[in-house]
Design a protein around this ligand. Structure first.
Ligand code: FMN
Length: 377
C-alpha cells in the first residue's frame, strides 16, 4: 500500500471501547433483495459478505421494525422473532472478516408503501400525501395515534433485542432521509399540536432511550448504538441546521457510540439560516465536541477522494455508499496498491454486473439513482 493512505487504516476506538480496524464504513444501502416476507435471502448474504469484508464498521440496509413501517420491496425485517434465523446468518457473514456489524433499524412512517403494509395502512406524524420509493402516484398517510407512537417506540426496542439475539455488534437508529424519526423532528412533516408536536425531538429521543435501555438489559457494554440524521431538508419550514444543532446537543448526552450524517456530498454547506454557507461536517464536529465519532459520507468514488475526506474534513470515519456497490474491492485494492484499478463508474455492459443483486443492478441500469456511469444516462 502507498504510505499516504495510512490515515485511512488507523484504528478507531468507540466510546464503548470497541475498536474499529480502519476508518471505512459500509453505508446502509437498501438493496431490495430480501425475501418478500422480509427474511434474509441467499443472494443478500453473498452481497453483504462482499461489501462488509474490508471495512471497520458495516451497516446493513434499513430494516423495518414494524410491518406498518415497511417502505421498500425486498426490505429486510427485524419486526418478528421469526426473522431471527436469517438475521443470525447475516450477522455471521458481515462479521466474518473482522468488521463490526450493525443493523440499521427503521420505520418508514409516511414513506411506508401501502402495497406492502397491512391493509394498505400508512401512518405519519401528521396527514400527508406523498410519492415514495418507486411510486407513480402519491399515497395518503393518516395521522399516527398516540397509542401507535408508544407502540412504535417499543418496536425499536424489540428490534434491538432481536439484533442482539442474532449476534450483531450493534444497531444504528435511522433518524435520517425523511422516514418516521426524521418526520417527527421536521416542522414540514410534524404539524401536531400535542406533546409529540410541541416537542419535535421527543419521539427521536424516546427511541434512543428505548434502544439504549434495551441494550442495557440484554447486552453488554460492547454493543454499539449509533444514530443517523439528515442535517437539513429542502422543504421550508423544514429541518434547519439550527434544529440539528439542538438535536445533536441532546444526542451527545445519550449513551451513543457514534453519529452518522446523511449527505450526498461530504463537503456540502448549510443551505440557509444562521450557519448559511458553513460546511455541515465542520459544524457538526464542533457541536459534538469530541464526545463521540462522526461518520461523514457523500460522493467518494476514488482512493484519493477517501484520503482527502479523512484528512480535510472533520469526519472521523468515512462511509462509502454507491462506490462500494460499484466495487466491493475498493478497500482491498488500496491495501494492495491497486487503487488505479478501482471501478468508479457504473457499466451496464459488465458481464459480472458489478456483483450486485439482480434487482439492485436493474435499478442502477435504469438510472433509478444518480451515479457516475459509462453510458452518460
Ligand atoms: C441504492 C441506495 C440505497 C440506500 N439505502 C439507504 C438505507 O437503507 N439507509 C440509509 O440511511 N441511507 C440509504 N442510502 C443513502 C446512502 O447511505 C448514502 O447516504 C448516499 O448514497 C450518499 O453516499 P454515497 O455518495 O457514498 O453514495 C441509500 C443510497 C443508495 C444509493
Amino acid at each position: 500500500m502507498e504510505s499516504k493512505f495510512q490515515p485511512l487504516f488507523e484504528s478507531l476506538t468507540l466510546p464503548n471501547k470497541v475498536e474499529l480496524k480502519n476508518r471505512f464504513v459500509l453505508a446502509p444501502l437498501t438493496h431490495v433483495s430480501s425475501n418478500d416476507d422480509g427474511t434474509i435471502s441467499e443472494e443478500e448474504l453473498v452481497y453483504m459478505e462482499q461489501r462488509s469484508k474490508d471495512v471497520g464498521l458495516a451497516i446493513s440496509a434499513a430494516s423495518n421494525v414494524t410491518d406498518l413501517g415497511k417502505a421498500f420491496p425486498g426490505q429486510p425485517s427485524v419486526a418478528h422473532d421469526s426473522d431471527l434465523e436469517g438475521l443470525k446468518r447475516l450477522a455471521k457473514v458481515m462479521k466474518k472478516n473482522g468488521a463490526k456489524a450493525v443493523v440499521q433499524i427503521h420505520h418508514g412512517g409516511a414513506q411506508a408503501l401501502p402495497n406492502l403494509t397491512p391493509n394498505g395502512d400508512v401512518a405519519a406524524p401528521s396527514p400527508i400525501s406523498m410519492k415514495s420509493f418507486g411510486e407513480q402516484e402519491a399515497h395518503d398517510a393518516r395521522e399516527i395515534t398516540v397509542e401507535e407512537i408508544h407502540e412504535s417506540i417499543k418496536a425499536f426496542g424489540e428490534a434491538t433485542r432481536r439484533v442482539i439475539e442474532a449476534g450483531f455488534d450493534g444497531v444504528e437508529i435511522h433518524g435520517a432521509n425523511h422516514y418516521l424519526i426524521h418526520q417527527f423532528v421536521s416542522p414540514y412533516y410534524n404539524r401536531r399540536e400535542d406533546e409529540w408536536g410541541q416537542d419535535r425531538l421527543k419521539f427521536a429521543l424516546s427511541v434512543v432511550d428505548e434502544v439504549t435501555s434495551t441494550v442495557k438489559t440484554h447486552a453488554d457494554e460492547s454493543f454499539i448504538v449509533g444514530y443517523r440524521f439528515s442535517p437539513e431538508e429542502a422543504e421550508s419550514p423544514g429541518i434547519s441546521m439550527e434544529i440539528t444543532e439542538e438535536l445533536v446537543k441532546h444526542l451527545i448526552d445519550k449513551p451513543l457510540d457514534y453519529l452518522h450524517v446523511s449527505l450526498m456530498d461530504i463537503y456540502s454547506t448549510t443551505r440557509e439560516g444562521k450557519y448559511k454557507d458553513q460546511q455541515r461536517v465542520e459544524l457538526l464536529h464542533e457541536w459534538i465536541d469530541g464526545r463521540m465519532p462522526l461518520i461523514g459520507i457523500g460522493s467518494i468514488f476514488t482512493a484519493q477522494q477517501a484520503l482527502d475526506a479523512i484528512e480535510n474534513t472533520d469526519a472521523d470515519l468515512i462511509a462509502l455508499g454507491r462506490e462500494i456497490l460499484l466495487d466491493h474491492n475498493f478497500v482491498s485494492k488500496i491495501v494492495e496498491g491497486k487503487e488505479d484499478e478501482i471501478i468508479s463508474q457504473f457499466d451496464g455492459t459488465r458481464a459480472d454486473k458489478h456483483e450486485l443483486p439482480i434487482k439492485l443492478w436493474t435499478q442502477f441500469n435504469n438510472a433509478f439513482y444518480p451515479l457516475p456511469r459509462t453510458d452518460g444516462k
